[in-house]
Design a protein around this ligand. Sequence first.
Ligand code: ADP
Length: 394
Amino acid sequence: MNILVLNAGSSSLKYQLINMENESILAKGSAEKIGNKDSFITHKYGNEKIMDESFFENHEVVVDNVLNFLTTHVISSIDEIKAIGHRIVHGGELFKHAAIIDDSVIKGIEDCSDLAPLHNPAHLKGIYACKKLNIPMVAVFDTAFHQTMPEECFIYPIPYEFYEKYKIRKYGFHGTSHKYVSQRASEILEKNLDDLNIITCHLGNGASLCAIKNGKSYNTSMGFTPLAGVMMGTRSGDIDPAIISYLMEKENLTSKQIDDILNKKSGLLGISGISNDCRDIENEAWNNGNKRAQLALDKFGLRVKETLGSYAAILNGVDAIVFTAGLGEMSPETREFICKDLEHFGIKLDYNLNKSIRGKEAIISSSDSKTTVLVVPTNEELMIARETMELVSQ
Ligand code: ADP
């Protein structure tokens, strides 16, 4: 049985076709910079790699391209795809588990769109594009892993009636990724996940940290929406909430406009004024001495470090720190910035080793570090495929 997993990010779409009999990947690929003129998609199957540098205007065009590629090179027809698993960022209070997609689930995902304006609409485009194929589809929600958070972690210090009335609480996101990398860390460390306290740092275009206590999500940096927590590519993360009403009055902004500024024009892009892509910012900072680019990088690292420190304070001992996603996997400089001067916390990086690790599993702490620091490339697709398989097999 093959499962096709679609993972549509804000500016990317990754897919994998997985043979669930042995969990082997039959084909995989990723589209990057969707919506930009220099967008491209890479398909890999066996030892073959195909790159298509067409202009991918939106996620729907990418989905069509993926299915066309698969039926041309990997499988004889779409009948060989038993189910499609979609990664969905926000399930609100409606979805506590993965769900088989029908019209009511689509409506539910639509209803949650205003909570994740960069993500849910992109996922829905993927779902609509696949609907005509008549293949069972499953929605796997990033919010599910964090359902184990205790009330003192998920409640906001605003009048309690707003939780009762509107369910305003911390939901947390990237759950599938935090779950996968914490499981992999326990396997690498050869320890039972239930016995481990881990801080997982998912640092991509969207970024979040998770404090995992005895294998379960105990606290996480994203909140009611994926706008909360550390600073991100285009998102502000946590700021003084009074800035919002102050700016709305000064600039005569509507709530939609302020939402747009905080979701799409802030973060690395907002401070640097250059890009939301860390590679562009690093290039400007390091090769052209651009001070605002350097400031953006420093602020990003600092926000992650501050959050990491606060989680170390609530976990009563940290067995492992795991870096994952674009920056966590590919930027040794970011990892060094975050981990340096934390020796008194028992966190000691092997700086030379760290420099050489990009995009592969590795332990990057020194042998005398109390906390083991790891790089674990995330595999949300495999987690989604397993949950999809479970639901369609029932
Ligand atoms: P998303 O899926 O949310 O779009 P990713 O996990 O793909 O995000 O991460 C994207 C981020 O990772 C971008 O800021 C990008 O610049 C950064 N990144 C990817 N590769 C590298 C690299 N080689 N060096 C530095 N940063 C990188």
